[in-house]
Design a protein around this ligand. Structure first.
Ligand code: DX5
Ligand code: ZN
Length: 220
């Protein structure tokens, strides 16, 4: 799996979304990460399916919808209808995971599950065979711009020991220095909000994060 960079739209200028999206697409982004927050599962509110629908019209990029919401089973169909290519939901969200997985698959999208920093990798063991991706949170979800938590990194190796062969995404506090640690630990997709949209030169910002892959190969 080659390393993918997924800018998080949360740190973009929401009044200029079309140009912000085009800018990171031209700058070499692989996926676009969409942070959906409901003010209930996390203490912040962002956006819902209508915005995803507009984003879908503005780009061909793969849309990775990270649902930080309670009752994901009730909402996944709306996000997929709006154009999400992958839907990830939190194991902590308390809906029956098999039901949520079945709904996402039934509507033709890829499926991911998310672990908060204080949730063990083993919690996903019963579901790993059904997932395209696991998202390991390296901050507590809710806000961009928080500090990276290196103590979550051993979960990546643990997921491989448990037999998971899909993509492993990491999200929260990723910048060029922490990206090196994440790639060394085995992450295959790096989400970055403030370290990309917070910088004026998005091409340079993405290249600096992607360089983690070369540094990892040099380290052997
Ligand atoms: C946190 C979100 C992240 C966030 C990342 O709740 O899931 O995707 O936007 O932002 P940075 O990269 O600034 O930590
Ligand atoms: Zn996210």
């Amino acid at each position: 799996m080659s390393l993918k960079i997924a800018p998080s739209l949360l740190s973009a200028d929401f009044a200029q979304l079309r140009s912000e999206i085009a800018d990171v697409e031209r700058a070499g982004a692989d996926w676009l990460h969409l942070d959906v927050m409901d003010g209930h599962f996390v203490p912040n509110i962002t956006f819902g399916p209508p915005l995803v629908k507009s984003v879908r019209k503005a780009t061909e990029m793969f849309l990775d919808a990270h649902l930080m919401i309670s009752h994901p089973a009730q909402y996944v169909a709306s996000f997929i209808a709006a154009g999400a290519d992958m839907v990830t939901f939190h194991i902590e969200a308390e809906d029956e995971p098999r039901e949520v997985i079945a709904r996402i698959r039934g509507d033709g999208a890829q499926v991911g599950m998310v672990l908060n920093p204080d949730t063990a990798a083993e919690r996903l063991e019963p579901f790993l065979g059904e997932l395209d991706m696991v998202l390991v949170m390296s901050v507590f979800p809710g806000f961009g711009g928080q500090s990276f938590m290196p103590e979550v990194l051993p979960k990546i190796a643990r997921l491989r020991e448990l037999g998971f062969a899909g993509e492993i995404e990491i999200d929260g506090g990723i910048a060029p220095d922490t990206a090196v640690q994440a790639v060394a630990a085995g992450a295959t997709i790096l989400v970055a909000g403030s370290a990309i949209f917070g910088k004026p030169d998005r091409r340079a910002a993405i290249a600096a994060i992607r360089a983690a892959e070369q540094q990892d190969q040099m380290a052997g």
